[in-house]
Design a protein around this ligand. Structure first.
Ligand code: CMP
Length: 138
């Protein structure tokens, strides 16, 4: 069934000038862009978005990283969107990411891993609503 996922091109990917190349790979893989913007998360935004990780030792570093510059936030639509997008981006640690995946091609480390993809339909809806109003999803 056709459904939606949420992604962010993280600050490292934007800093390195990879927005165009990554979006090309996403659309060439059959995802339709439903919503998209360049935005910067505040510390409060990042702490809320990543609340599930707030007990992890890397939480402070994660918030610092995700707020240091602009990101591209987007909602994507495709059959089996959540699972297929996780396959397209590859493993969290780019060292483990399969050849040809976005993290394999564009990420440098487990902490600065270029791109986010929702891990469930439920989180895709929560994360999309965090960044976009209903009227800004098409
Ligand atoms: P993601 O899986 O999209 O969401 C959680 C993020 O935390 C992850 O991407 C990385 O950016 C970061 N992260 C995960 N594991 C580590 C780690 N071991 N050290 C530092 N950052 C991490």
């Amino acid at each position: 069934v056709t459904n939606r996922t949420f992604t962010m091109l993280k600050p490292d990917a934007v800093e390195k000038g990879h927005i165009g190349a990554i979006l090309e790979k996403i659309t060439a893989s059959g995802f339709r862009i439903v919503a998209m913007k360049l935005t910067q998360m505040t510390k409060t935004d990042a702490e809320e978005f990543y609340a599930i990780h707030n007990e992890r030792p890397f939480f402070g570093e994660l918030v610092e990283y995700m707020t240091r510059g602009p990101i591209v936030a987007a909602v994507l639509e495709k059959d089996n969107a959540v699972e297929d997008f996780r396959t397209l981006i590859g493993a969290t640690n780019p060292a483990d990411a399969a050849e040809g995946t976005i993290r394999n091609m564009f990420a440098d480390s487990i902490s600065e891993n270029a791109i986010h993809g929702s891990d469930s339909d439920e989180n895709a809806a929560i994360e999309s609503a965090f960044h976009f109003a209903g009227r800004d999803m098409f």
